[in-house]
Design a protein around this ligand. Structure first.
Ligand code: ADP
Ligand code: TMP
Ligand code: ASP
Length: 251
């Protein structure tokens, strides 16, 4: 479902919001301008990519599932005073967000060893780590998102030490909140990726939190309920996404 007009409630009161031209189309989402200055409409697509866009496919209903999960989790995080870009869910595949100046660094938090961490450090998948690991990757598909550290971020002019400190603090808090959220639903938050951006002087959590950007396993069976099923052709991708949505949103 797509919207052209929506009645929304901003701090300024009730307004009619219109969807304007496409600002940017990425691999998993489209960002549209809106009639309200400073607000974008984030539309989730069914398109799926992996390995920096080299593997392509479609996961039916992914757009609506990821919008439902992301909207729910952003709202949940707001209750814990995490500053996010989320304003409200507008339709099945669209959410209203505050426009951010995105810092081109992907922040990955890991609780259990999986994915590139296993390959890089020769650690068996599933190893529970004694302390969460925070990693930084440069958001640049052409360079295959190389791992960087905070000093690269300062040197390349992407963020200053104060901003990186705020990002690390928010990332650790988001991890703690979501880890226990998933644990209560008999799910393991293995790892996930976050993007942050600036709105004036404030750092906000942006983008999405969904099975595209997280690894989430069933606690008892370790069944994977995330994009690893698509990355590694494990089958049952749409079913796993829908199961995750139901376990997050409906319980
Ligand atoms: P990609 O650009 O990696 O292909 P997507 O398909 O998810 O990714 O596109 C969404 C784009 O919008 C991303 O580049 C992301 O950094 C950016 N973005 C996310 N939230 C906001 C926001 N609140 N304001 C501006 N840009 C955003
Ligand atoms: P990795 O193990 O491949 O480095 O991935 C770590 C986490 O980050 C995993 O939950 C998937 C997520 N991720 C993204 O959301 N986008 C990316 O481009 C990559 C590489 C990982
Ligand atoms: N997000 C990246 C891509 O779309 C990598 C991944 O998720 O595996 O290609």
């Amino acid at each position: 479902m797509n919207l052209n007009n929506a009645i929304i409630h901003l701090i300024t009161g009730e307004i009619t919001l219109q969807k304007k031209e496409l600002l940017y189309e990425g691999k998993a989402k489209k960002m549209y301008l809106s009639s309200e200055e400073g607000y974008l409409i984030q539309e989730f697509k069914d398109d799926a990519t992996a390995f920096n866009g080299t593997k392509k496919g479609v996961i039916p209903h992914k757009g609506e599932i990821n919008n439902a999960i992301s909207s729910f989790l952003f709202e949940y995080l707001e209750n814990y005073h995490i500053p996010t870009h989320f304003v409200e869910k507008l339709s099945s595949t669209e959410m209203l967000v505050r426009k951010l100046e995105i810092i081109p660094i992907e922040i990955v938090m890991r609780n259990v060893a999986a994915g590139s961490l296993c390959a890089r450090y020769n650690i068996p998948e599933g190893t529970i780590m004694e302390y969460p690991v925070l990693e930084h990757y440069l958001k640049d598909d052409k360079l295959h998102d190389p791992m960087i550290n905070e000093y690269h971020a300062y040197a390349f002019g992407h963020a200053n030490p104060e901003e990186m400190h705020a990002i690390s603090r928010i990332a650790a808090k988001v991890n703690a909140i979501l880890k226990s959220f998933f644990d209560r639903r008999n799910l393991i938050l293995v790892d996930f990726k976050m993007e942050f951006g600036k709105r004036g002087l404030e750092i906000n959590l942006g983008d999405e939190i969904s099975p595209d950007t997280c690894r989430i396993w069933d606690k008892r069976t370790h069944k994977k309920l995330d994009k690893d099923r698509f990355r590694h052709d494990m089958g049952g991708v749409e079913k796993a996404y829908a199961e995750l949505r139901d376990r997050i949103v409906n319980s």
